[in-house]
Design a binder for this molecule. Structure first.
Ligand code: ATP
Ligand code: MG
Length: 277
């Protein structure tokens, strides 16, 4: 089995020694397969961003190990290979865009990797087309909407040809249109380009058709399964302060009232189909 990322008994504290802080990751074990679309959800402060930063060696485990394609993130000689394999996209596109023109911004990463100019041009074109922003290549980023800026930031990562992208709440600062643009771009990169996607989000709808959903609470993985397996655990999710998709909640309430309805309904279509039967 080809795992792109593995976390083995990972614990993490922000500070050690005298002023030791309590662990924010507690014995995490996870394996991600190449090509998977994984959603990570969890309450504020549950450790999602801290975990994400372990996936490209921005943080190193206090205990345990993280492997990116069998490269131990603690092994300094692999740092650039790791960063190139797993790219990180953050919440605020304004903090990720560095150049005055879209095209130059996307070229920035590959330039830093020392890639020859001809190859950079090809990659910039490929990346901007992949996120549907090629026609904006000559625009200054400040002229773009939030969703468009975030797609440019994603193109900047794609131009490094990563096998995996980790997105930490990439839609949190966007309006509904921007959110839709970004999510459909991410899905397309996964389906058409085969890029492994790890998507951290507070929006449950963004992960209902992921291959797998991981739920974190207090530095631990509390649920890990298909969206259907995870979202039918309505009581567990509520206890740790998470919502479930509205239709799942409705199905849950109907079951409580004694109506024989499947507990793993996730979409309006499934609900309609069940009710009309
Ligand atoms: N740089 C830091 N130094 C010390 N503690 C930190 C640091 N960053 C985060 N923490 C703490 O680590 C814990 C986990 O934080 P983290 O940001 O990983 O959670 P999160 O699940 O991403 O939350 P959110 O949904 O708000 O983004 C929290 O208790 C937080 O206060
Ligand atoms: Mg976070």
């Amino acid at each position: 089995m080809a795992f792109i990322i593995r976390a083995q008994n990972v614990s993490f504290c922000y500070s050690e020694g005298e002023s030791k802080s309590p662990p924010v990751l507690k014995d995490i074990n996870l394996q991600f397969e190449k090509g998977e679309f994984i959603g990570i959800i969890g309450h504020n402060g549950s450790g999602k961003s801290t975990l994400a930063k372990h996936f490209n060696a921005l943080l190193l485990p206090t205990k345990g190990n993280v492997y990116v394609k069998d490269m131990d993130t603690k092994d300094a000689k692999h740092l650039w290979d790791i960063r190139q394999t797993a790219g990180l996209v953050f919440q605020n596109p304004d903090n990720q865009i560095v150049a005055a023109i879209v095209e130059e911004d996307v070229a920035f990463g590959p330039e830093n990797l020392g890639i020859p100019p001809e190859e950079i041009r090809k990659r910039v074109e490929y990346a901007l087309k992949a996120v549907g922003m090629w026609e904006y290549k000559d625009f200054p980023p400040h002229m773009l909407s939030g969703g468009q800026k975030q797609r440019v930031a994603i193109a900047g990562i794609i131009a490094m040809k990563p096998e995996c992208i980790v997105l930490d709440e990439p839609t949190a600062m966007l309006d509904p249109i921007g959110r839709r643009e970004v999510i459909s771009t991410i899905k397309k990169l996964n389906k058409e380009e085969g890029i492994t996607v790890i998507l951290i989000t507070h929006f449950m709808e963004e992960v209902v058709d992921a291959d797998r959903v991981i739920v974190m609470d207090d530095g631990k993985v509390v649920l890990d399964g298909t969206p259907k397996e995870v979202f039918k655990e309505v009581e567990v999710l509520k206890k740790i302060g998470l919502d479930v998709p509205q239709v799942t909640e409705l199905a849950h309430q109907l079951r409580k009232e004694g109506i024989d309805i499947p507990s793993d309904i996730l979409t309006i279509e499934e609900m309609v189909e069940f009710i009309c039967r």
